[in-house]
Design a binder for this molecule. Sequence first.
Ligand SMILES: C[S@@+](CC[C@H](N)C(=O)[O-])C[C@H]1O[C@@H](n2cnc3c(N)ncnc32)[C@H](O)[C@@H]1O
Length: 247
Amino acid sequence: MERQFISHLAHRDHPIAAPVSGAQVTRLLRRARLPEGARILDLGCGEASWTLRALALYEDATADGVDISADALNTAEGHAEIQGVWERIRLHKRSAEDFPVAERYDLVVCVGATHAFGGLRPTVERVRRYLRPNGLALIGEGFWEREPTPEALTRLGTEPSEYLDLAGTVAVAESAGFDTVYAYTSDLSEWDDYEWSWTGTLLRWANENPGPDAETARAAALEHRAMWLHGYRGILGFVTLLLQRRG
Ligand SMILES: C[S@@+](CC[C@H](N)C(=O)[O-])C[C@H]1O[C@@H](n2cnc3c(N)ncnc32)[C@H](O)[C@@H]1O
């Protein structure tokens, strides 16, 4: 069972693949106050939840979504059809790193996907190149809410340098030539909703679909839950920065 398919199943009841509620997604997108006929680029779009919401809010906007997961993009395509916006979104199955800098966008979204570029710093540097002067970016990234415990680091399989604190995260984003014009810091209940959905949906799927894949799904859910409950709960934060390109 492919890792991408596990992730696809796990996000069935929480289509935004980040600890951000639907209400906050809408709030952030409204705050962007996009111009008429806005062009949107979503890097690591997954099921394109952010962009489909943006297309609902901005009725003459059009978008490109980029992801490597065929399952996620198929779901995005289906949702775009149901929402009646399939003509306003183009989905690209390719690595975000290879997506050409061929035009300038009004909004670039990269939420929970900075690993596609090797971290926050290379992501913001790259995102800047896609933006018009004064264009906006929504960058969603983890940060250390508290100093990580050795157990959290072991369970996450990561180093303290993987993330910064909140101030450091903002500083890195701004160092690439941005101003933070708004931001939303997820609260613990959003993390809990995200993680209980991730692990619970997978466990339920395993129970209702017996067979070899069920064991893989169950093991993935339990491993993830232990990593969260014994590891990063209350330690790893998540912030979505609304950045404006300076100049
Ligand atoms: C945590 S999900 C976030 C999805 C979406 N931005 C959201 O918030 O709902 C990370 C996404 O990045 C995608 N991804 C990982 N590496 C990538 C790459 N090199 N290029 C494009 N997408 C990538 C994954 O397939 C996954 O859909």
